[in-house]
Ligand binder design. Structure first.
Ligand code: HXC
Length: 288
């Protein structure tokens, strides 16, 4: 379906692009001819990811520029500095994938206010910060652009034990549809992808207790997890001009898992609540 120049002429920022699904998408974009910027909190991770992305672009016959920028997307001013630098060094950024996220399992009655705030800040405020700095530049220069927001299937259904993430992602979904209309008039398309289970170290270590993994996979009609390339291909399509008339849509890619109900709801039946609490507590990283 794609040719190796599907994304030529595009310069795309992927937030949280140093690992996991962000890295998979950035790598695929480079193969299709885009120049890439990735940001995240950990410089070392970004540098190693950039080498892989550049390599993928080179192998596909492109002269790929990959820029890394260490930033916490929660910091509005720092995100502005990043966009200033990207524009100076790469020219106009015309694609943005809001992928950076934070999440963990916790009974809601045990959440500290700061735990709730941390996830909302990364997912909802972080997406706003990047989206506004990105959009403002395009509107000022009267250039078209394209945003893909990574949401979740529980954006719609909600989900047990992931209330901060469900609230934040629902907000990102509302931002997607609102801006698709508001900024569509400027030629800026805004869509979202709702991935189901695509294993990554970041998500699995925080969200999938080892002894419930079998229950998790049983809920997927196709009987398997998603492969990163499947998500990366969908993102390539949505960020490319091939999808030029798709605006304000959310595309689900989950093997049909959402039809089994809210993604983490099944955990309520897996064990008595005190046992679940112990399992979740064991997954929480120690302070410091
Ligand atoms: C309860 C927790 C917790 C846990 C952290 N907190 N982990 N509370 N259970 N497991 C609380 C802390 O005690 C603290 O509150 C507050 O949250 C902030 O924690 P910090 O570690 O100080 O914050 P920070 O370093 O900014 O880390 C943010 C984070 C962390 C969200 C907590 O998990 C993170 O950095 N995640 C990024 C990567 C990630 O989550 N990837 C998965 C995304 S997958 P107090 O009150 O003690 O100060 C996804 C899609 C899901 O979203 C779909 C899957 C199928």
């Amino acid at each position: 379906m794609f040719t190796l120049d599907t994304l030529s002429g595009k310069t795309i920022l992927v937030t949280g692009g140093g690992s996991g699904l962000g890295l998979a998408m950035a790598t695929r974009f480079a193969e299709m001819g885009a120049h890439i910027a990735i940001c995240g909190r950990t410089e070392d991770k970004l540098i190693s990811a950039a080498a892989d992305i550049k390599n993928a672009g080179t192998k596909a016959g492109h002269t790929t520029t990959v820029l890394t920028h260490a930033v916490d997307v929660r910091d509005y001013a720092a995100v502005g500095v990043m966009f200033e630098r990207l524009t100076n060094e790469l020219g106009q950024v015309n694609g943005l994938v809001n992928n950076a996220a934070g999440n963990f399992l916790s009974p809601t009655e045990d959440l500290s206010p700061n735990a709730f705030k941390s996830v909302i800040d990364i997912v909802l405020h972080g997406t706003f910060n990047c989206t506004q700095h990105f959009g403002k530049r395009l509107i000022d220069t009267e250039k078209p652009g394209n945003i893909v927001n990574i949401v979740t299937t529980y954006t719609e259904t909600g989900g047990a034990f992931i209330v901060p993430s469900a609230c934040a992602k629902a907000g990102v979904y509302a931002m997607t549809t609102s801006l698709a209309y508001e900024w569509g008039t400027y030629g800026i398309r805004v869509n979202s992808i709702a991935p189901g289970p695509f294993p990554t170290e970041g998500a699995w270590s925080r969200l999938i207790p080892a002894n419930v993994e079998a229950g998790f996979i049983q809920r997927i009609p196709l009987g398997r997890y998603g492969e990163h390339i499947e998500l990366a291909n969908l993102a390539t399509y949505l960020i490319s001009d091939m999808s030029g008339y798709i605006n304000g849509s959310c595309v689900t890619i989950d093997g049909g898992e959402r039809l089994a109900g809210g993604e983490f709801n099944f955990l309520t039946q897996m064990a008595p609540r005190p046992q679940l609490k112990q399992m979740f507590a064991a997954m929480k990283p120690k302070k410091g």
